[in-house]
Design a protein around this ligand. Structure first.
Ligand code: CA2
Length: 154
């Protein structure tokens, strides 16, 4: 008799895709910088990619540093990896970096734009110190690249 093993399906933790401040405005403001794709559309792209790789997804956005830190702490016990676009907290938040370092699961940092072609103050990222990989400048596709790579890591 053959049996089907659903163990991985039922026990695999999702990937948390976390988005920082102002990313809820994507597609509605400054399209010349950030494009016309909304965050809801990015969520849909991520859901498709996650389904293709057979991984679960939990996609969230917050404008609040403490909320992002709470989610990163939660991810330690509820997620198998974190994909984070820290947005404006990239260059300022030692607290987010510390939370990521403590999470003890793979972290991938994503930026829609190529932060290295932009103003000098955007070049340094505290989050990169805690990230296994960094993807910048690939637009919304960067989230799909991050999920595909995360699927290899977890
Ligand atoms: O390129 C990225 O993904 C950034 O993380 C976006 C941040 C910026 O501070 C980083 O340097 C690079 C800004 C997010 C704000 O998003 C907006 C979207 C539409 C309109 C206004 C802001």
């Amino acid at each position: 008799m053959t049996t089907t093993d659903h163990t991985q399906e039922t026990t695999m933790r999702p990937i948390y895709v976390l988005n920082g401040p102002n990313l809820n405005l994507l597609g509605q403001r400054e399209p010349e910088k950030y494009g016309t794709t909304t965050l809801d559309q990015i969520r849909e792209l991520c859901e498709q990619t996650a389904a293709e790789h057979g991984i679960g997804l939990d996609f969230r956005q917050s404008n609040h540093e403490g909320v992002l830190i709470d989610w990163i702490q939660e991810a330690r016990t509820h997620a198998s990896g974190i994909i984070l676009n820290p947005a404006g907290y990239t260059t300022t938040s030692i607290a987010i970096m510390d939370a990521l370092l403590a999470a003890d699961i793979p972290v991938i940092e994503v930026h829609i734009t190529n932060i290295h072609r932009r103003e000098e103050f955007r070049h340094h990222s505290y989050v990169s110190k805690a990230a296994q990989a960094v993807i910048a400048g690939a637009g919304p596709h960067g989230y799909q690249l991050a999920l595909t790579h995360m699927a290899q890591l977890v």
